[in-house]
Ligand binder design. Structure first.
Ligand SMILES: [Mn+2]
Length: 454
């Protein structure tokens, strides 16, 4: 018996504002998977929950799952699927009795008395019983089994399995969606799970009577306690932490004669967009990415030596956009306070406004003020000092200052200082300030995106 074990498809998932559905990532993966089915001819497909990302999935999500299941069933391959904690079991199981006649087995809930759905498939060694168990929690199991003493997940699962009356002389596979651990050790979280560690742990020994346990819930692909108790992981990276996992993809399970070793391998499906995280000093990231960035990627950039300015954000967005890539995340791990901007240990209150601004400018622009800019700063500070504290600033004060500024700067401009207050530096062939200086700090669109946390 050879089957593919998948889990946590999360159809409709949005990652950093990018819809894996609308951007074609999930459809692309499904099409590659269908090719794999044509090539390898499995005896079954097992899907261990979190089929959708939401309990009330969008119409497009339903359409995509419909496409996937229809294509598999057309190929005469049975599908065994359970509801995860993200799914509504009731909705997922719509028409399940009818669909089961076409070898599409969907389990949305337990039976009245806590029975799991059973599907028996045969191969040359006889029958294999698949036990379909949707996501369950202790109070549900306590109610189904009429046993109020069931309070925790581990007990709930053990009682539930006990209730099934499993014949362990035959071959049994469990399909479940739970948080399973080995000897209390924390799970290797992928990153995109909506649960936190330690909640609802079940020890892997609860599953001793099964030849293979096809798990969903944790988004990494790995085994727990023994190699036959296994998480498939998400098909695609749904979090930048998950880019560390090399083997994303369906798990191939070969079940031989009872008692013989179960062969388990990962199949690799290349995603439509590779997700990649880069980190380093600004100049290094810029230089490295010019050489290393590929086309059509999902990228996270962490700058370690400065804060993100609208100009930096605009630069990276443009850089990746021109490569048909998406800048999903742009963050700064630069944690020092403003005081460290000028590497000065003098308290901010004791420093002149001119010094503070010059440091701020150097930090933000990575360069010194030009002579013209220094003159403009001086004028601004003089004007400020001429206004007594507590006095209100009249419109004519402002008009005076602005006309003085324009006069000074246009004089300097004619003096060959460049083309205006901030003469658009072009380090390495790009321009940090894109000419929007008069309006404040860069094009307003980039500022909006910055606020939106891009
Ligand atoms: Mn999940």
């Amino acid at each position: 018996m050879f089957f593919y074990h998948l889990a946590d498809l999360h159809i409709g998932k949005v990652v950093h504002g990018v819809s894996m559905l609308d951007n074609g990532d999930q459809r692309f993966w499904i099409d590659r998977f269908l090719e794999l089915i044509d090539k390898k001819r499995p005896d079954a497909i097992v899907i261990s929950g979190d089929v959708y990302d939401r309990s009330a999935p969008s119409g497009d999500s339903v359409e995509l799952l419909d496409y996937m299941l229809t294509e598999i069933v057309k190929r005469d391959v049975p599908v065994l699927m359970v509801a995860g904690n993200h799914d509504s079991g009731q909705r997922l199981a719509f028409g399940s009795e009818i669909l089961a006649r076409h070898n599409l087995h969907i389990c949305g809930g337990l039976g009245e008395g806590g029975e799991m759905m059973q599907v028996v498939l045969n191969d040359e060694f006889g029958p294999v019983t698949f036990w379909l168990c949707p996501y369950v929690f202790p109070t549900l199991v306590a109610q189904k089994l009429g046993d109020d003493s069931i309070k925790d997940y581990d007990t709930a699962m053990r009682c539930l399995i006990e209730r099934q009356g499993i014949d362990s002389t035959g071959r049994n596979v469990l399909v479940a969606h739970q948080n399973v651990v080995a000897n209390g050790q924390m799970a290797e979280f992928g990153g995109s799970e909506s649960v936190v560690g330690g909640v609802g742990q079940i020890d892997f020994s609860a599953f001793d009577c099964f030849d293979y346990v096809a798990l969903g819930h944790i988004h990494s692909s790995y085994h727990v306690g023994r190699k036959e108790v296994r998480y498939a992981g998400t098909p695609l990276c749904y979090h930048f932490n998950e880019t560390r996992q090399k083997n994303k993809g369906p798990v191939m399970v070969h079940l031989g004669k009872k008692g013989s070793e179960v062969e388990i391998q990962s199949a690799v499906i290349e995603p439509k967009h590779v997700m990649r995280a880069v980190s380093g000093d600004y100049e290094d990231v810029v230089a490295n990415e010019k050489v290393g960035a590929k086309r059509g990627e999902y990228v996270s950039v962490t700058i370690t030596d400065r804060r993100i300015t609208p100009e930096i954000a605009a630069y990276f967005r443009e850089f990746y956009g021109s490569r048909e890539s998406v800048l999903m995340e742009l963050i700064s791990s630069f944690r020092n306070s403003e005081m460290s901007i000028g590497k000065s240990h003098v308290r901010a209150e004791e420093r002149s406004l001119e010094e503070l601004f010059t440091d701020f400018y150097r930090f933000r622009e990575g360069d010194e003020l030009s002579d013209v800019e220094a003159r403009a700063l001086q004028l601004a500070i003089e004007s400020m000092h001429s206004v007594q504290s507590g006095d209100s600033v009249s419109d004519s004060d402002v008009a005076d200052f602005v006309s003085k500024l324009i006069k000074e700067l246009s004089f300097a401009d004619c003096g060959g200082e460049g083309c205006g207050p901030s003469s658009g530096r072009g380090d390495d062939g790009y321009c940090l300030s894109s000419g929007g200086d008069d309006e404040g700090c860069g094009p307003s669109s980039s500022r909006r995106d910055e606020e939106a946390g891009v």
